[in-house]
Design a protein around this ligand. Structure first.
Ligand code: OGA
Ligand code: NI
Length: 369
């Protein structure tokens, strides 16, 4: 096996991209990282706490975006802007630490939480151009502080406060979606049992050949709802047609990009989309994003909460979130395996064709000699 890459910083300095990051043509970026689209609505949450027409209008916009894309952005969301600044600053400082400092929290051996470079599925041929640091923040009893960075100074205090405020925002948004489904406000939160929260801080270094690779390959998030804080560089892309066409989400200062995951999709019986997305990189600057995943507890039930008139359930059976996640993983692994096989076969065929071509050239030469 090729040695584990322990830092992308060093590869970022090279003139060409290392083979293991080069994607097949069909997976490569189709739209530039900074060719922004305003298709994803930016919604102000000011007044969402009050009852009346203002709240109704905000809810209407959120629901429309969930039906159309499964993505929207929120501003006036109530998360402290100083906290957002601190969180972003500390995250940048963490990735700027020397590799050996970051590797004190190495999770490549299967540890729960910590630091890893270009995490990729087992069996996958190509790796993502990113470094991450991740920690599990909720339920509180599941916190393992030995897996949380202890540098830069202040990390723990700031990340704890950030997690708490984002839990609040996530739950507020789930209330809106519950109501839109004709249910009690707390229906989705209740269905999650004890809500889990996992934070993934993504760092995408500058990349020598960004058109050949991805920072994070195309996927849907597995959980209920994700709150993504991104810097002003750009790189988050979404598709609604299975990857044929893409848009790049416009970075909005201080906003969170909210996207629904598979759990949210199933609970709404498919009414709300699970956002199909990826991250692209660029050669001009590095990019930072912080994804906060609000997920159900592992033993929570995954099944539509309500069927609308004339609807059939999008799921055949009632399963737990853990089971849903396992099935998603094994589907992804199987797809990766088939993709790898197909690629190997294609390469073999190309080689054979090349040989045959040479042979027939030789035959011709002999004939003409
Ligand atoms: C993720 C994700 C996108 C980004 O972490 O799941 O989709 O722009 N991130 O970093
Ligand atoms: Ni994602």
């Amino acid at each position: 096996m090729a040695p584990q890459v322990t830092s992308l910083a060093q590869l970022a300095e090279e003139n060409s991209l290392h083979q293991k990051f080069i994607r097949d043509e069909d997976e490569r970026p189709k739209v530039a990282y900074d060719q922004f689209s305003d298709d994803i609505p930016v919604i102000s949450l000011a007044g969402i706490g009050e009852s009346g027409s203002q709240r109704a209008e905000i809810c209407r916009k959120i629901v429309a975006a969930c039906e159309e894309w499964g993505i929207f952005q929120v501003v006036d969301h109530g998360v402290d802007s100083k906290l957002i600044d601190d969180m972003t600053r500390l995250a940048r400082e963490f990735f700027a630490l020397p590799a050996e400092e970051k590797l004190r929290f190495d999770m490549s051996g299967g540890k729960k939480g910590g630091f890893i470079v270009s995490s990729h599925l087992q069996g996958e041929a190509v790796q993502d151009w990113r470094e991450i640091v991740t920690y599990f923040a909720y339920p509180v009893k599941a916190r393992d502080y030995s897996r949380w960075p202890d540098k830069p100074a202040g990390w723990r205090v700031v990340t704890e406060a950030y997690s708490e405020q984002l839990m609040g925002l996530g739950c507020k948004l789930l209330e809106v979606l519950s109501e839109a489904m004709g249910l009690e406000k707390d229906a989705l939160s209740q269905a999650c049992l004890e809500m889990d929260q996992k934070v993934v801080v993504n760092f995408y270094p500058q990349c020598p050949q960004p058109n050949l690779t991805l920072g994070l390959k195309r996927h849907t998030d597995p959980g209920t709802i994700t709150l993504l804080l991104q810097d002003q560089v750009g790189g988050l892309q979404a598709t609604r047609d299975g990857g044929k066409t893409w848009i790049t989400v416009l970075p909005v200062e201080g906003a969170f990009v909210v996207n629904l995951g598979d759990h949210g999709h199933y609970m709404s019986n498919g009414r709300f989309k699970n956002a199909d997305h990826q991250a692209v990189v660029n050669s001009n600057s590095s990019r930072l994003s912080i994804a906060t995943f609000q997920n159900p507890a592992p033993n929570a039930i995954v099944y539509p909460l309500k069927l609308r008139e004339g609807e059939k359930a999008v799921m055949e059976e009632v399963i737990t979130y853990m089971e849903m996640y396992k099935r998603k993983m094994s589907r992804d692994l199987e797809l990766a395996r088939l993709k790898k096989l197909a690629k190997e076969k294609r390469l073999q065929e190309e080689e054979l064709q090349e040989k045959n071509k040479l042979k027939s050239c030789k035959g011709l030469e002999e004939l003409l000699a």
